[in-house]
Design a protein around this ligand. Structure first.
Ligand code: AMP
Length: 230
């Protein structure tokens, strides 16, 4: 059983998740955020919401995301600057999917919240490449409430139907094979360098965890790391 029940934090939990697509960052970020009572901020979810609302950001991001390409840095830095300025982030936050490039990391570092690096933790989740491919190809998504399932690892009670809201599940365009190949290439070329970047700057605040284990085992380790840092 995953125990992600909220816990009052003594100091703000500020967490960045790093890792390739399919490593389970979204799931773990959600559990950590809930446990420590801070918002989970997923740039992927924010962009998908913008696409659904057909905002100017969504119209620009949509075609890039479908192809598995990264959305331009200034757009991401803009949405994160606005989001982190909101009141609910004062007590901490968990970032899922940002930063994804060195330029975004530099942008984050120069934001007011990024400069308060005291409690910033970077959690890097590692999973072997063949397992990433298996996870991404089996992933199913609810376009209504954004819940995710997996045909083998986490199937919905009724095949093809969202447990949470009853909508029909789909395979995200960017979970299809060509886009997945592109996403992994973007990760290798543009996101993986962040590991060295934060390792150099982070010292004890940088941790790599093995994500090729059951969700609750990974979460227990992450919870211990965050608790030890608060
Ligand atoms: P995710 O749900 O985190 O896998 O993100 C889905 C897609 O959204 C990515 O493949 C990118 O196209 C886009 N995206 C999300 N976060 C970022 C980011 N920080 N920088 C650039 N593109 C992003």
């Amino acid at each position: 059983m995953v125990d992600a029940s909220p816990k009052a934090a003594t100091s703000p939990a500020r967490v960045i998740f790093l890792g390739p697509p399919g490593a389970g960052k979204g799931t773990q970020a959600g559990l950590v955020a809930r446990h420590f009572g801070v918002p989970k901020i997923s740039t992927g979810d924010m962009l998908r919401e913008a696409i659904a609302q057909k905002t100017p950001l969504g119209l620009q991001a949509g075609p890039l995301m479908e192809e598995g390409r990264l959305v331009p840095d200034p757009l991401l830095i803009g949405i994160i600057t606005d989001r982190l300025a909101q009141a609910d982030c004062q007590a901490g936050y968990v970032l899922d999917g940002f930063p994804r490039t060195l330029a975004q990391a530099a942008g984050f570092g120069s934001m007011a919240v990024g400069r308060q690096s005291g409690g910033l933790l970077v959690l890097n989740v590692e999973v072997p490449r063949d397992e990433l491919l298996r996870r991404l190809s089996g992933r199913r998504w609810c376009p209504e409430c954004q819940a995710t399932f997996h045909v083998h690892n986490d199937p919905p009670k009724q095949p093809g139907i969202c447990d949470r809201c009853g909508a029909g599940l789909i395979q995200r365009e960017d979970d299809k094979e060509t886009a997945v190949t592109r996403r992994l290439q973007e990760y290798d070329e543009r996101t993986a360098p962040l590991i060295g970047y934060y390792q150099e700057r982070g010292g004890k605040a940088f941790h790599t965890v093995d994500g090729y284990r059951p969700v609750d085992t990974v979460f227990a380790e992450l919870k211990g790391i965050v608790e030890g840092a608060l």
